[in-house]
Design a protein around this ligand. Structure first.
Ligand SMILES: [Zn+2]
Ligand SMILES: [Zn+2]
Length: 164
């Protein structure tokens, strides 16, 4: 019995911290004029807690562990309203695959061709691109860079060990 009591205290401790984050998320949603639904809350909280740019399906799989009631359609609908509110953006790094990002600040992306890992590159890490180089008649609104390569984890794994 004592063990159970201790566990509960532990859970409350974690919930205290989560409570604070929850309040923050609710405030952000409200500040954007969004009605706070459990789905919007869960999707936004999930996206904010990760930086791996998941697909809608990955978010759904993740949330289904906690909210087995969410259908994929409700995840898409929640993503859509979050996007319209400017809280979430979609990133197209592979053809036909929409990934989502709660980081809506200007930034670039690195994508590992080996494992598919995606990482944010701070905007200032790359030199400004000269948009004046565009042909006359084209008016640039925005741009971002996608760097393709091999991540550090994959380069370690790919180190030749058997001489080719
Ligand atoms: Zn990799
Ligand atoms: Zn990103």
């Amino acid at each position: 019995m004592k063990a159970i009591a201790t566990d509960y205290r532990g859970i409350w401790g974690i919930m205290g911290e989560k409570q604070q984050q929850s309040e923050e998320i609710v405030q952000i949603l409200k500040s954007k004029g969004l009605r706070v639904t459990p789905q919007r809350f869960a999707v936004y909280a999930n996206l904010r807690s990760r930086s791996d740019h998941p697909t809608a399906e990955q978010i759904w799989t993740d949330l289904n562990r906690d909210y087995p009631v969410s259908s994929q359609a409700t995840i898409y609908a929640a993503l859509q309203s979050l996007r319209e509110a400017g809280l979430v953006r979609s990133v197209l790094l592979e053809e036909g695959v929409s990934r989502y990002d709660a980081n809506v600040e200007k930034h670039h992306h690195f994508r590992c061709q080996c494992c598919g890992m995606i990482e944010d590159i701070p905007w200032n890490a790359l030199n400004e691109i000269n948009l004046q180089a565009l042909r006359p008649g084209l008016v640039a609104q925005s741009y971002e860079v996608r760097v393709e390569g091999i991540c550090d984890r994959c380069s370690v794994n790919q180190r030749p060990e058997n001489g080719g």
